[in-house]
Design a protein around this ligand. Structure first.
Ligand code: NIG
Ligand code: FE
Length: 432
C-alpha cells in the first residue's frame, strides 16, 4: 500500500500510551502503569508516530498542517496501541468440532491426540491443503484478528512435522506477512508432536529436526523463533533442550510450550535456555516461575486454551507478584482454542487468572511485543514507533474487559493507515 496522508487521532477520552516499556517488558506494579492521557491525541505520518500528547498540545504543534491530515475523532473513546497476539497456530486447514463434541462426552485432549486425532488430524488436513487454500483460510483469520483490534500476530508452523509441509506453512506465513496489513511473525514448531512413524524412535525425529529442518529454516530465513511442545508423551525436557539449543546455534530464538497439561519443569527449562517466552504454564512450579522472573522470560498465558480444555487457568496473579513479565494471547488453533478474540481473552485474564484490567492491557500490548522481540517497535504509543493504533467504542480501558463477549473495536490504524472503520474492514482488504 502506498503511504497516505498523515493521520491525526484526536481527543480520546483515554489514550493509553504504555510509555516507558520499550527496553524491557513491564513487571509487577509497572504492569499497571498505563500512561493514560485524557483528551489525548496522536499524530502519525509516514507510518510512524510523530507526536503523542493532549489534544491541546498537539493542536499547538500541528495547527498549520491540519488540512494535510485525515482527522479521526476519538472523543468519548478508548485509544490503545494496536493489540499484539504473541502465540497463534494461524496457518492450518480444517476444523475439529468433532473433537470438541468428544471432549464434552469425556474424552481428553491427550487421549484424542494419542489415538491419532488432535494435532495429527490438523496435520493431515494441512498436508492435503494447497498453498492457495492455506493462504486464503489464514488470510480470513487475519481479517478477523484485525476486526478485533489486533495489528501483529505470531504464527507457528507445526502441522506438518515433515519438511515439505512445515516449509509450506512457513512460506504461507511469509506471504501473509507480505500481503496482509497485519504483521505476521513466524515461529518454526516442527517439534509440535512426534509423528506416528517415529513413535518407537522419537530421538531419530529430534535428530531430523536438529540436523536437517532447523538449519534449513534458518538458511531460508523462514522463522525468527523456534518452539517445542515440552509435555509428557510429546517431547521430554531433555529433547526440548536439544531442539532449542540447536535453534540458538542457527539464530532462532527459543520459545516453549511449557507445563501445559502436566508439570514438567518447562518453566525452568525456558529460563535455563534463555527463551524469550514460555507459554501456557498452567502447571508451572513456583521454582520455575521464580527462574523466569530472574531471567526476564515473558510468560505468555493463554486462558482461552484452559477455558476451552475445561482446565484450570495458569496462575497469572502469582506470576505477576513474583515478577514474571506476563503477556496474553489467543493461542488461536483448531484444537485447543479456536478463537481470534483477544478482547475475550482479556476478560478471561481478569476472571480466571486474577489479573487487573490494567495488567491485562499491558499483557496484550507492550509485554506481548516483547514476547516477539519487538518491544522497541510496537506495543506502545511513543514517538518513533509504528503507527499501529486501535480505537474502541467505549470510554475507558476497564470497560474493555468488563463488557465482555462484545467486539468494541471501532477503528484500527495500521502503519499509519485506517484499515478498520466503524468496525468494518476498509474495502481493499476484503479479500475473503
Ligand atoms: O498451544 N499444545 C500444543 N499446541 C497447541 C494446540 C494445537 C492443536 O491442538 O492443534 C496449543 O494448545
Ligand atoms: Fe500453542
Amino acid at each position: 500500500m502506498a503511504l497516505s496522508k498523515a493521520i491525526f487521532i484526536r481527543n480520546a477520552n483515554q489514550l493509553v500510551t504504555l510509555q516507558g516499556g520499550a527496553h524491557a517488558p513491564l513487571v509487577k506494579e509497572a504492569m499497571s502503569e498505563l500512561g493514560i492521557i485524557e483528551n489525548g491525541s496522536v499524530w502519525i505520518e509516514d507510518g510512524v508516530i510523530q507526536a503523542v500528547g493532549t489534544d491541546e498540545e498537539l493542536l499547538a504543534m500541528f495547527e498549520g498542517r491540519l488540512d494535510e491530515a485525515e482527522v479521526v475523532d476519538a472523543s468519548g473513546k478508548l485509544v490503545t496501541p494496536g493489540l499484539v497476539d504473541p502465540h497463534t497456530h494461524l496457518v492450518f486447514a480444517g476444523s475439529r468440532e468433532n473433537e470438541f463434541n468428544m471432549r464434552l462426552q469425556g474424552a481428553t485432549y491427550m487421549d484424542i491426540m494419542n489415538a491419532g486425532g488432535g494435532i495429527h488430524a490438523t496435520t493431515r488436513a494441512t498436508k492435503a491443503a494447497s498453498n492457495e487454500e492455506l493462504f486464503h483460510a489464514s488470510y480470513g483469520r487475519l481479517n478477523q484478528f484485525l476486526r478485533h483490534g489486533v495489528t501483529t500476530v505470531e504464527a507457528k508452523s507445526g502441522y506438518g512435522m515433515e519438511w515439505e509441509t512445515e516449509r509450506k506453512q512457513l512460506e504461507v506465513a511469509k506471504r501473509l506477512n507480505e500481503n496482509h496489513v497485519i504483521d505476521v511473525v513466524s515461529t518454526f514448531m516442527g517439534a509440535h508432536a512426534v509423528p506416528k512413524e517415529y513413535k518407537e524412535n522419537p530421538d531419530e525425529f529430534v535428530r531430523l529436526l536438529v540436523e536437517e529442518m532447523i538449519p534449513m529454516v534458518a538458511e531460508l530465513g523462514l522463522a525468527e523463533f523456534n518452539d517445542v511442545f515440552c509435555e509428557h508423551g510429546v517431547f521430554t525436557p531433555e529433547q526440548s533442550r536439544v531442539i532449542l539449543e540447536a535453534g540458538k546455534r542457527h539464530g532462532l530464538i527459543p520459545k516453549i510450550h511449557a507445563d501445559e497439561i502436566e508439570p514438567y519443569e518447562g518453566a525452568e527449562l525456558a529460563a535455563e535456555v534463555g527463551a524469550i517466552s514460555a507459554d501456557h504454564l498452567l502447571k508451572a512450579s513456583e521454582k520455575g516461575m521464580r527462574a523466569m522472573a530472574e531471567k526476564g522470560v515473558v510468560g505468555v498465558l493463554l486462558p482461552g486454551t484452559a477455558y476451552f480444555l475445561m482446565a484450570e487457568s495458569a496462575n497469572g496473579r502469582k506470576m505477576i507478584d513474583l515478577g514474571v513479565p506476563v503477556a496474553l494471547s489467543t493461542d488461536c488453533n483448531p484444537g485447543s482454542s479456536p478463537t481470534v478474540s483477544l478482547p475475550f481473552i482479556m476478560n478471561l485474564g481478569c476472571l480466571k487468572m486474577g489479573m487487573t484490567p490494567a495488567e491485562v492491557i499491558t499483557a496484550t500490548t507492550i509485554n506481548a511485543a516483547h514476547a516477539l522481540n519487538r518491544g522497541q517497535e510496537i506495543g506502545s504509543l511513543e514517538v518513533g514507533k509504528k503507527g499501529d493504533v486501535t480505537i474502541f467504542n467505549i470510554e475507558n480501558y476497564m470497560k474493555l474487559q468488563y463488557s465482555y463477549g462484545v467486539n468494541h473495536t471501532d477503528t484500527v490504524v495500521k502503519n499509519g493507515q485506517v484499515v478498520v472503520r466503524g468496525g468494518h474492514l476498509v474495502e481493499e482488504l476484503s479479500l475473503s
